[in-house]
Design a protein around this ligand. Structure first.
Ligand code: TYD
Length: 206
């Protein structure tokens, strides 16, 4: 039985998820919560190995394969890390989860939302986040503030039109589940974004 809280952060690339996850983790730890910070695809040894394949731009794979790999990574992640941590009453904060699969593979890659949702439902078996924070912004404005890590993956090579479809996909999902998915303007300052997130999280814990 799940006793903890499961929080996910979602949104287009470059929206500042990592920074906000770090800040939120610190905030909650200072309040005495036991926080587990993780990411998808990844989070366990096996899922990180799947991540290396699925994000490698030099290993072309078909859309269906890609979807199944994200889901395989998720199955490992849930059983190996998320579910046990929640059972122990911890707060799990995850960088991306099911909504990313619904958007990237279902809506953007064109496999279809219903089909991908059905596959994902099999994998997550009811383990839905208690709260999902969507760090939302127009991709062209996000591009302007992108850092220069020099790292590229399969998606970062796809360009602006792709990122716009991603953004639209997340906004569509947020409209379908406004209770769970809270849209936060990612173009505000870091401190302002963090303040909104803290409010949403404390609201959830009430
Ligand atoms: P990552 O480098 O973590 O990107 P970001 O910093 O933007 O989160 O790579 C994750 C990429 O994987 C990201 O571009 C979105 C993609 N992805 C999917 O396509 N489907 C999924 O189910 C998940 C979890 C991620």
């Amino acid at each position: 039985m799940k006793k903890g809280y499961f929080i996910t952060l979602e949104g287009p690339d470059g929206g500042g998820k990592s920074t906000q996850i770090e800040l939120t983790t610190r905030f909650l730890q200072e309040k005495g919560y036991d926080v587990v910070c993780t990411r998808e695809p990844g989070g366990t040894l096996s899922a990180e190995k799947i991540r290396a394949i699925v994000l490698d731009p030099d290993t072309p794979i078909y859309s269906l394969t890609e979807t199944l790999l994200y889901l395989a990574a998720r199955a490992e992640h849930i059983q190996g890390l998320i579910a046990p941590a929640l059972e122990q009453g911890k707060v799990v904060i995850c960088d991306r989860y099911s909504d990313s699969t619904l958007v990237y593979q279902g809506l953007v890659r064109g496999l279809g939302l219903e089909k991908v949702k059905a596959l994902n439902d099999l994998v997550v078996d009811g383990l839905t986040p208690d709260l999902t924070i969507l760090l939302d912004a127009e991709p062209n404005r996000l591009l302007l503030r992108r850092d220069t890590r020099g790292v590229t993956d399969r998606f970062e090579n796809e360009g602006l039109a792709f990122q716009e479809k991603v953004r639209d996909g997340f906004v569509t999902l947020a409209k379908l589940e406004p209770e769970r998915i809270k849209v936060v303007d990612a173009l505000q300052g870091q401190a302002e974004v963090q303040e909104v997130i803290q409010k949403l999280v404390l609201e959830l814990f009430k």
